[in-house]
Unconditional design. Structure first.
Length: 186
């Protein structure tokens, strides 16, 4: 179940300075709240639109990612805001929370780490991931997992730099190959 209210920081940075369009803004991490649903759903679509030509049935896939806020039903969504606008989001699913069968139940995982296209390249994705790692450590997870694709040419290298290792192939999604990656937290 999603937590509402103050962000569970557990040592993760709760603020990040971003340079957006040559202006400095401060992005704050906080818990998802139900009124955020439409903005989070729209952000999910905006973040994936650059890959539309890679998916065999983009309209169907687009409908799925346009429901990112539904991940709050089984996990916790962390949002990043700047100037009261949601510019990033990620879903955290703790150990033994319901998740895709290709993840071991004992793993903590993150789903749909998304950053607004105009806010990319300033460390916001890294900060959102770190907030998930802090939650996983607090929840006693030994392994943290995710699934991603080689078409995500910025995200995949970031995950590898963060210590994730390829574990195995995941089922393809609308014709796009995905892999499961894991990072040991202990």
């Amino acid at each position: 179940m999603a937590s509402v209210g103050a962000l569970r920081t557990f040592g993760a940075p709760a603020q990040l300075t971003l340079g957006v369009r040559q202006l400095m803004h401060s992005a704050h991490l906080r818990e998802f709240q139900q009124p955020d649903a439409s903005a989070v759903n729209a952000l999910g679509v905006a973040a994936f639109e650059q890959f539309a030509n890679h998916y065999q049935d983009w309209p169907v896939f687009q409908q799925k990612i346009a429901c990112m806020a539904a991940l709050a039903e089984t996990g916790e969504i962390i949002v990043a805001t700047t100037d009261s606008k949601i510019v990033g989001a990620v879903a955290y699913l703790g150990p033994h929370a319901p998740k895709s069968d290709f993840f071991p139940a004992s793993w903590a995982v993150m789903r749909m780490l998304v950053v607004s296209p105009e806010c990319r390249g300033h460390g916001l994705g890294h900060t959102l991931a770190q907030a998930c790692f802090a939650r996983a450590q607090h929840d006693g997870a030994e392994v943290f997992g995710l699934h991603t694709s080689p078409i995500m040419s910025v995200a995949l290298p970031m995950y590898l730099r963060m210590g994730f290792k390829f574990v195995r192939e995941a089922p393809s999604i609308h014709g796009v190959e995905y892999g499961i990656y894991a990072k040991h937290l202990t």
